[in-house]
Structure formats: C-alpha cells, structure tokens
Design a protein around this ligand. Structure first.
Ligand SMILES: Cc1cc2nc3c(=O)[nH]c(=O)nc-3n(C[C@H](O)[C@H](O)[C@H](O)COP(=O)(O)O)c2cc1C
Length: 173
C-alpha cells in the first residue's frame, strides 16, 4: 500500500524532467545580489563583467567562487591573471550591471574606478569590495569555476541591488 499523500503526489506531478528552459526558469527563483567581477589584463587594461553566481565557499581560509561562461571574451584574462576583484553593487547601480553585461569595446568608459592594492579595478560607490587571489580554476560543464582567496575586503552600509526572476529589484525595508 502506498503511503504517498495527496500533497506528495501533487508535488511529484509538479516536478518535471529538466530541460534548459525549465532549469533556467527554476534557478531564476533563487534571489541573488549582483556583482561586477573585475580583472586587469597583461597590458594593465581593466575588464569586468556582471556576475550573480558569486558565493562564499569557506571561512578559514576565506574563499569565494564565481562561475564564468567559457564563451565570455573576458575568460582569457581570468586565466592569465592571478588576481580578481568582486564589486557588490548597491541599489542605485543597475546601470553598472547593464553596462557590464552588454557587448562593448571598453565597459569602463565613464565608469569611476581606482586600482586596489593588487592593481585590480575597484568600482566607486559599490556596497562592498573583495580583492582575491586566484587559488583554483576548474571547468564544470560550459563554465569555469574560479575560486579566490579573499585578501582584502571592505563594505559600506546601504541597500543592495537585487536580482530575482530575471528582473532587478530592491529591498522593501
Ligand atoms: C544579472 C546578470 C548576472 C550574470 N551572471 C553571470 C555569471 O554568473 N556568470 C557568467 O558567466 N555570466 C553572467 N552573466 C552574463 C555576463 O555578464 C555576460 O555574458 C558577459 O558580460 C559577457 O562578457 P564578455 O564581453 O566577456 O563576453 C550575467 C548577466 C546578468 C545580466
């Protein structure tokens, strides 16, 4: 005799075999902040891209990860550089998220930034910075997972830019 409840049966019917569209739409139900991950190339030019796959991984040592699509042009710079920075965007910085996720020869035109102690570009006015040294990179499917050890960090009070269901949001309170 089955012990399945009516609710369990309903949820099973609701859980469908995954395909790319269902996978994307389901993951979009996970609310994230938005970061711009930055790196310097070998000629000292700044590069950056919008990333919401940022996650903290370990406290001791302090490790973080970002997952970068292998097709992204910026990928080569992450491979050649031993430093990167994570800039956590504030509520009013939706335009920076759009700039750093749109095709452009130089996304830093008109963007205020300064080099951190390692030279990595730090964006002005963000909620937080994490300056990281690359400790590990590995391919996972069509992405490269970049693990960084956080060497310097800083934050200010304020509200974050929020991303949910493929839309920018802000915290209500
Ligand atoms: C809200 C948001 C979050 C994103 N998060 C990621 C991410 O975590 N990893 C990734 O590879 N691309 C992510 N992207 C897409 C990249 O920003 C975009 O493909 C990239 O800027 C292209 O850069 P390229 O010029 O290096 O090819 C995200 C885009 C948006 C709008």
């Amino acid at each position: 005799m089955s012990s399945k409840t009516a609710r369990g049966q309903a949820e099973e019917d609701w859980l469908l075999p995954v395909d790319p569209s269902l996978y994307r739409r389901t993951c979009a139900r996970f609310t994230t902040g938005i970061t711009v991950v930055t790196v310097l190339d070998q000629n000292g030019h700044p590069h950056g891209m919008t990333v919401n796959s940022f996650s903290s991984v370990s406290l001791e040592p302090p490790l973080v990860l970002v997952s970068i699509d292998l097709r992204n042009a910026i990928m080569g710079h992450f491979i050649s550089s031993s430093w990167f920075a994570i800039n956590i965007l504030a509520e009013h910085q939706e335009c920076l998220s759009r700039t750093f996720s749109s095709p452009s020869e130089n996304r830093f035109v008109g963007v205020d930034w300064y080099p951190g102690p390692s030279g990595t570009p730090l964006l002005e006015g963000v909620l937080a910075h994490l300056e990281c040294s690359v400790v590990q990179k590995f391919e996972a499917g069509d992405h490269t997972v970049l693990i960084g050890e956080v060497r310097r960090a800083g934050f200010r009070e304020g509200k974050p830019l929020v991303y949910f269901n493929s839309s920018y949001r802000s915290l209500a309170e």
